[in-house]
Design a protein around this ligand. Structure first.
Ligand SMILES: [Zn+2]
Length: 503
């Protein structure tokens, strides 16, 4: 396949994120291989990267389509991917990590047409938004972010290879389709019966007629009026979504086979199934060796959906919940399990984070100018580290890791109670700091969840705001609304007055 058998080209079009570079985490060699639940084999497997030295790891995660804000469920996927990456780094791996940005897509084009701007404007706006949200959520930088629009020639080459190998065909409308029936292993990831599969992409009736099978999916979409397009042997057009990830993962990581491929569990079918089919048919090699899928997020026991009106965008959530607490909350369930976002869980996570931070601050007050010191010689702390590491080695079991952190906080508090032994406090402080760093929850809280406002205080502030509006003092009215939101109280004006809820 042309795009990867040629000598490595300069990494044109590979955007390095502008975030801080990857922090250097102290390296501790593993005593046992990390176990990963491989969604492909549906088993836990000992992780062994392709690299014969066992060091370099090629890791690709599906990134966003940049047409709007992303919600708290997407945020969980991105954060848990970072938790996995951090642990691999902590265990001494040299992790090459790529996450694509889909910047050409039906949804982007629709949004651009609605706003009367070019689709590049929409894509650029939401790429910036995406990167800034990842940074606020505490994800590490140093990510390779390939953009679809900058890899079109490589995708065209891959599609041409698929046509040449008899796995794809062009139709008179200028589109190219992957012929699902040509790949015997189709369905090996999702394990769905073929007759229950639906591609779910928008295909008009005329195109449906042209396809050899309803299950065939688009590799290349013939140009339509008012849409961005690029030249190809089949005429002008644009790539299908699935081919982007097949092409960009190999391009960004310089290998036809990658170690880990991850994404939300909603991408397992058809997206990841199609990625496997395209990649393996184009190269004749295995595509990804370990597939990892991040679980979905419910809101108060309900599936998050536009029709229920309970979709929470991440920037809005971070208006009133500190990113550290959110991160803690995401890690409170295993990455592959469903997680339920409830007020009471968020409060528990807040208490745990506050306890951790308070212990650290108390310890540092006692230590004064003394630094935290190496904890390795301390058996009690060593045992806590072992529990943490055993949890993370066991398929990145973050709830177990958080339990070990809670234990290390208890140990630190016990030592603080006996102020005389500064050296033992210094060691326990160092361990706590290291465990927090490993999960990306270092730092202070910048935002309190609720200001502890009682109902009466809230009602009184709303009355002040109503009066301010009557007085046409909209600056004050708006300030009161913002202050309340900062304390976790959301106002909604209706014809009958202002209603409020804790959010
Ligand atoms: Zn993808």
């Amino acid at each position: 396949m042309g795009s990867v058998t040629q000598p490595p080209r300069p990494r044109k079009g590979l955007l390095r994120s502008a975030l801080a570079s990857t922090p250097v985490l102290p390296i501790l060699p593993p005593t046992m291989p990390i176990q990963i639940f491989n969604s492909l084999t549906r088993q836990k497997e000992a992780f062994a990267p392709l690299d014969p030295a066992g060091k370099r790891v090629l890791f690709y995660a599906c990134g966003p389509t940049v047409y709007g804000k992303f919600h708290i469920g997407n945020a969980r996927t991105f954060v848990m991917t970072d938790v996995v990456r951090r642990w691999l780094v902590k265990r001494g791996h040299d992790v090459q990590f790529a996450m694509n940005i889909t910047d050409v897509d039906d949804k982007i084009i629709r949004k651009a047409n609605d706003e009367g701007v070019a689709s590049e404007v929409i894509a650029a706006r939401y790429t910036d938004y995406f990167l800034s949200m990842l940074e606020r959520l505490g994800n590490m930088g140093g990510v390779i972010h390939p953009k679809a629009t900058q890899h079109i020639p490589q995708m065209v080459t891959m599609i041409a290879d698929l046509v040449a190998r008899g796995h794809a065909y062009a139709t008179p409308d200028g589109s190219v389709w992957f012929e699902v029936g040509s790949f015997r292993d189709y369905g090996k990831l999702s394990r769905m019966p073929l007759d229950e599969m639906k591609q779910g992409e928008r295909v008009d009736a005329a195109q449906q007629q042209l396809k050899r099978s309803p299950l065939d999916f688009a590799l290349w979409k013939g140009a339509k009026e008012g849409e961005p397009s690029w030249p190809s042997p089949w005429g002008n057009g644009r790539p299908g979504w699935h081919i982007e990830c097949s092409s960009m993962s190999m391009e960004a990581l310089h290998s036809q086979t990658i170690d880990i491929h991850s994404g939300g569990s909603d991408l397992r079918f058809p997206h990841h199934e199609n990625e496997i089919a395209q990649s393996e048919c184009a190269t004749g090699k295995r595509f990804a060796r370990y597939w990892m899928h991040m679980g979905m997020l419910d809101i108060e026991g309900m599936k998050m959906s536009k029709s229920l009106g309970n979709v929470k965008n991440i920037d809005e959530v971070m208006e009133f919940i500190d990113p550290l607490i959110l991160r803690y909350f995401f890690m409170s369930a295993k990455y592959g399990d469903k997680i339920d976002y409830t007020e009471s869980t968020i409060h528990q996570c807040q208490s745990a984070m506050e306890r951790m931070i308070t212990a650290d601050q108390s310890a540092r007050r006692i230590l004064g100018t003394d630094s935290p010191t190496d904890w390795n010689s301390d058996e009690e702390l060593q045992a806590t580290w072992n529990e943490f590491a055993a949890g993370m080695d066991d398929d990145f079991n973050s709830p177990r890791a958080l339990a070990a952190i809670a234990k290390s906080v208890t140990l630190l508090n016990t030592r603080i109670a006996n102020e005389n032994d500064k050296a033992s406090i210094a060691r326990a402080t160092a361990l706590l700091a290291e465990l927090r760093e490993a999960l990306g929850i270092s730092g202070e809280l910048v935002r309190k969840n609720t200001g502890g406002l009682g109902d009466e205080e809230i009602e009184s502030l709303i009355a002040q705001r109503t009066q301010a509006k009557k007085d046409r003092n909209f600056t004050l009215a708006d300030q009161i609304r913002k202050d309340l939101l900062g304390k976790g109280v959301q106002l909604e004006d209706s014809r009958t007055g202002t209603i409020w809820k804790r959010v």
